[in-house]
Write a protein that binds this ligand. Structure first.
Ligand SMILES: Nc1ncnc2c1ncn2[C@@H]1O[C@H](COP(=O)(O)OP(=O)(O)OP(=O)(O)O)[C@@H](O)[C@H]1O
Ligand SMILES: [Mg+2]
Length: 266
């Protein structure tokens, strides 16, 4: 069974950045190959990871609709699976699948079920799956992902940003999004650690872990230049903190404590 890390949060807080650094950390820790899932139709996780995907699964499904009739004895789903390589990109230590959105006419629920089915089948072949989502919780509430092991909610350090995070957590519970562990990531810190109310929020949500990631000029420069974040050295402060988080999360299975530098009490 795969261990699935799903990253969520409001727009522009660093979800894709955190997802890419988790993929890099897992790969460095030997969990190869990792499956990176770009579940944000507007995202560019592929570019951030330095690979290119030809077509999203949503687009591919739409293309296949027209072709299935022309291939005797083959269902649309079989044809889609046959052509799935077009939605997969291979990196050195990871593969990436780009989901896109359900496209074209017809039942949205059916299109969703195709995406869910495909993702479930592909994900099952990898020990670790990292899913970058669009802002909000739509993907998770549509349940295109198989059961999530760790829900990673990312926020900026402002009080309003953390307020949004609290609302997203409440929404996840309300919509019965299933996850076993919750980690809060406060990104783009300008001080040494997350503000006090982040710790209050972590206690209130029963989070298993809370980490802060600093604002980092090297990371921003790579991104501005359109370069892959895999080019960040492992001792970069943001990459190193994410790697420590990943060690905590993957180590737990082996009986180690859940998250490095976990919750401060009170
Ligand atoms: N710790 C950081 N230090 C400096 N820049 C950062 C940091 N984290 C993220 N950024 C920058 O912030 C911007 C937004 O990050 P990112 O694309 O990861 O956010 P997102 O939550 O995925 O956005 P969207 O909701 O649009 O998908 C990017 O330009 C990224 O390089
Ligand atoms: Mg993103």
């Amino acid at each position: 069974m795969s261990t699935i890390f799903a990253i969520a949060g409001k727009g522009g807080v660093g979800k894709t950045t955190v997802a890419a650094l988790i993929v890099a950390a897992l790969a460095r820790q030997g969990a190869r190959p990792v499956l990176a899932v770009d579940a944000d139709p507007n995202s560019c996780l592929d570019a951030v990871l330095g690979v290119t995907v030809e077509k999203t699964v949503g687009r591919l499904r739409e293309d296949v609709r027209g072709e299935a009739a022309a291939v005797p004895g083959m269902s649309k789903r079989e044809l889609l699976e046959l052509r799935l390589a077009e939605s997969l990109a291979e990196g050195e230590d990871f593969d990436l699948i780009s989901m896109g959105r359900p496209e074209g006419p017809g039942c949205y629920c059916y299109a969703n079920s195709v995406l869910r089915d495909i993702l479930g089948r592909v994900a099952g072949q990898y020990p670790f799956v990292v899913m970058d989502n669009e802002a909000g919780l739509e993907n998770l509430s549509r349940r295109i992902a198989p059961a999530v092991d760790t829900l990673i909610l990312v926020a900026d350090p402002s009080r309003r940003g953390l307020g949004t995070l609290a609302r997203l957590h409440a929404l996840a519970l309300e919509m019965a999004v299933s996850f076993s562990r919750l980690v809060l990531v406060v990104n783009r810190l300008r001080g040494p650690e997350p503000p006090g109310y982040a710790f209050e929020l972590a206690a209130a949500t029963g989070a298993d872990g809370l980490i802060g990631l600093p604002e980092d000029a090297a990371l921003a420069a790579l991104d501005e230049a359109g370069q892959s974040l895999l080019g960040l050295p492992p001792d970069n402060p943001v990459a190193a903190s994410v790697a420590a988080l990943v060690r905590g999360l993957t180590g737990e299975a082996a009986g180690k404590p859940p998250v490095d530098g976990a919750l401060r009490s009170g």
